[in-house]
Write a protein that binds this ligand. Structure first.
Ligand SMILES: C[S@@+](CC[C@H](N)C(=O)[O-])C[C@H]1O[C@@H](n2cnc3c(N)ncnc32)[C@H](O)[C@@H]1O
Length: 258
């Protein structure tokens, strides 16, 4: 007979000592997913070294649904749920959506689940991410943004959570994020907007008139991106923020008559 799983307070204590901010929730997740005590012990050791919980337990809940996240793939953040939900409300029945920089496919999977009749494609440069997204039911391509897509002005919604941390600010990210998560998922270049600016251009070519781009940015990046959006044929620019007033994302509508 194998040893019983430890009680929740013992697990919480170890996670807290390792510096986990949400020790109670993490302990709960680990205890409900661990097959036995030796597996839990191995998981705790990995977590104590700073590995993301989602890689250890195999995934996380995003917009209320379980999403598989493979080790090595960027872990979707709760702050991106608002972008996914807004996009889900904009995709029409039988519509078409493209999720650039799809990672594990969190946003694309949400769009598929919300609008079952829509065609949704995810694109990521990273093979491991595209494989992971495929495992989450997303039709995923390995590519640099829109390079392989021939959808000129035919897409209803483009979403993107690009890498948008300015290179100089990468060192300010939590140590575990810097150590484990792929740099290509985080590093947005000098002002953080290298990929975001290319996303705007790509979306401008793919979206039909009236279609929407939703993109995650932070800090005061909206100020630099808004002129780029207007110059690329977008209007109705919206921003949304966290309860603390932190910028979380922007939406913009492709101008023109349908
Ligand atoms: C911040 S992660 C976001 C992943 C996912 N959308 C999410 O919210 O969990 C950024 C992703 O963009 C991908 N990426 C970076 N540059 C790219 C490019 N030029 N074309 C396609 N994907 C890119 C990275 O591999 C990474 O998976």
């Amino acid at each position: 007979m194998s040893a019983p799983l430890p009680g929740i307070s013992a697990v919480v204590e170890r996670l807290r000592a390792a510096g986990c901010v949400a020790a109670e929730e993490e302990a709960d997740d680990m205890l409900s997913a661990a097959p036995d005590a030796p597996a839990l012990e191995a998981w705790l050791l990995r977590r104590e070294r700073g590995e993301p919980l989602a890689w250890i337990v195999g995934g996380l809940t995003f917009c209320g649904r379980w999403l598989h996240v493979s080790a090595g793939v960027y872990v979707p953040r709760i702050q991106s749920e608002e972008l996914a939900r807004r996009a889900g409300r904009l995709v029409p029945e039988d519509g078409r959506a493209v999720d650039l920089c799809t990672g594990a496919g969190a946003i694309a999977a949400h769009l598929r689940a919300e609008v079952a009749t829509a065609r949704v494609i995810g694109v990521d440069l990273d093979v491991a991410a595209a494989v992971c997204a495929t495992g989450n039911g997303v039709a995923a391509l390995v590519a640099d943004l829109d390079a392989p897509l021939r959808a000129r002005h035919a897409i209803d919604v483009v979403t993107a959570v690009p890498p948008y941390v300015p290179t100089d600010e990468l060192r300010l990210l939590p140590a575990d994020v810097q150590r484990y998560e792929p740099r290509a998922a985080l590093d947005g270049g000098g002002d953080g907007l290298d990929v975001a600016r290319r996303v705007v251009l790509a979306a401008s070519g793919m979206l039909r008139p009236g279609g929407w781009l939703l993109i995650e940015v932070g800090g005061s990046q909206d100020e630099a991106l808004a002129p780029r959006l207007r110059a690329s044929g977008f209007g109705n620019i919206e921003r949304w923020s966290s309860d603390d007033g932190e910028l979380l994302g922007m939406a913009a509508q492709r101008k023109g008559v349908r």
